[in-house]
Design a protein around this ligand. Structure first.
Ligand code: BJ8
Length: 425
């Protein structure tokens, strides 16, 4: 179907036919999963609009800013310090992909047993269907799990602007020093890319914009402790997903406006599900757009999701960056302090994550925890097995799910989730 953006997408070198197919599937999925929900807050209209224009108006906006000299940086991981990107006057967008695309081509480059998230990123590149990827002046690949790390060697052959960021895998002093050195190197690369110097003022500004976004999401998370739940887990997940694409200041305002409405709902005892609906904490791999399969299954099986221990969720936004320092090195230290606390499963040992899951389960009054791992994701799968005993000791019911992006196992997953919900209910 012809679109007013066809010229723009063509200019980015995209495959219009394949892209049209993707938008068709995305639009249908969005209607089925999100628009069919009852009693959605009016504040979700903004997010509906963003999603309807996620490859259109938002890209137009980004390209217009680019014409004025603003650079676009794409990233695959929440370890890329947004504060530094903003301080250099650039825009940061998330590139992780939550749908299978061009899999035959992908599997000529990557082994079949690579996680769906990595394969999807390649599929979006090979299928020429991601306008964010095609608009990026720099793509940051982060050395986290082996799959990502090794796949960047292949991605480097497909793009001309890959910047690889090395990341630590332990929480030792030397690992922290390595992270600081990598962030300093990245700050230099950002200055070179944009032609802008990063100053104390611009870094403080970058921290302020990023912290404000996180604070708004913290506010949204806190509201979800209420029973009855004023917002579905699906809608809260959508807000987190949109945070990776939207203009940050506008996004912050929209989340705060949504929170105003939700706080009123809580005061009036209004929920999207009846009070005492079984409450689920999700934990595990990040869920990028349009990966809504499992949350949809959970919330159509008589439960409500009250929090996500995930990089598209609390793990990604958990701590603020201290902006009180007055010199570059101390501000950089503050940024390192903040990111070094991220408890991604690529770290070893990673006790903090288990503690955090338990704490979240108590804080959000979860009746059960569902661990979601993508097939072939060793870091999260191995941690998910270790959590069995930990959660049992705390008396927290626990279900482990391993899946991918295909709809084939949906019915089987639904049967397992329904049994779990019945058990905790
Ligand atoms: S900080 S979670 S965004 S690395 S699912 S690609 S781990 S095999 S996504 Fe992640 Fe950064 Fe960590 Fe967060 Fe590998 Fe697992 Fe695939 Fe994964």
């Amino acid at each position: 179907m012809a679109s007013e953006y066809d010229g723009m997408w063509k200019g980015l070198g995209m495959d219009l036919v394949a892209h049209d197919q993707l938008l068709g599937v995305l639009g249908q999925g969005y209607t089925d999963v999100f628009l069919s929900q009852k009693d959605r807050p009016a504040g979700m209209d903004y997010f509906n609009f963003v999603m309807s224009e996620v490859h259109g108006l938002r890209i137009k906006e980004i390209l217009e800013a680019r014409e004025q000299g603003e650079k676009v940086v794409g990233s695959y991981c929440v370890f890329v310090p947004e504060e530094i990107v903003r301080a250099a006057g650039a825009t940061l967008v998330g590139l992780c992909s939550g749908a299978d695309f061009a899999m035959e081509e992908v599997e000529r480059i990557l082994p079949r047993n690579t996680c769906a998230l990595i394969k999807s990123s390649f599929g979006f590149k090979l299928g020429k269907v991601c306008p964010y990827l095609e608009s990026a002046d720099m793509i940051v690949g982060e050395n986290t799990c082996d799959g990502k790390k090794k796949s960047y060697e292949q991605l480097d052959k497909l793009v001309s602007n890959l910047y690889v960021m090395d990341l630590p895998q332990t929480k030792s002093d030397s690992a922290r020093a390595m992270l600081k050195a990598e962030y300093a190197r990245f700050a230099k690369a950002m200055e070179e890319l944009t032609g802008n110097s990063i100053t104390v003022e611009s870094l403080k500004q970058g921290i302020a914009i990023t912290n404000a976004k996180r604070k708004a999401l913290h506010r949204l998370a806190a509201i979800r402790k209420a029973d009855p739940e004023p917002i579905s887990g699906l809608d809260a997940l959508l807000a987190s997903q949109v945070s990776f694409y939207d203009a940050p200041v506008r996004f912050t305002q929209s989340v705060n406006a949504l929170c105003d409405e939700l706080e009123k709902r809580v005061a009036d005892n209004v929920g999207v599900f009846p009070a005492k609906t079984p409450r689920i904490l999700m934990t595990g791999c990040p869920m990028a757009v349009p990966n809504w399969k499992l949350p949809w299954i959970v919330e159509s099986s008589g439960a409500v999701i009250v929090g996500e221990e995930s990089c598209v969720g609390e793990r990604g936004i958990r701590n603020l960056t201290d902006d009180s320092a007055q010199d570059m090195d101390s501000l950089l230290e503050a940024i390192v302090d903040r990111y070094f606390k991220i408890d991604c499963a690529v770290f070893t040992p990673n006790e903090d994550r288990a503690e955090h899951i338990i704490q979240m389960a108590w804080d959000y009054k979860a009746d059960g925890v569902i661990h979601y791992s993508l097939n072939f994701c060793q870091p999260y799968q191995i941690e998910s097995m270790g959590l069995d005993a930990r959660l049992a000791k705390e008396g927290i019911p626990y279900l482990r799910i391993e899946t991918d992006y295909s709809p084939e196992d949906a019915q089987q997953l639904k049967t397992r989730v329904e049994a779990f919900v019945e058990m905790i209910g």
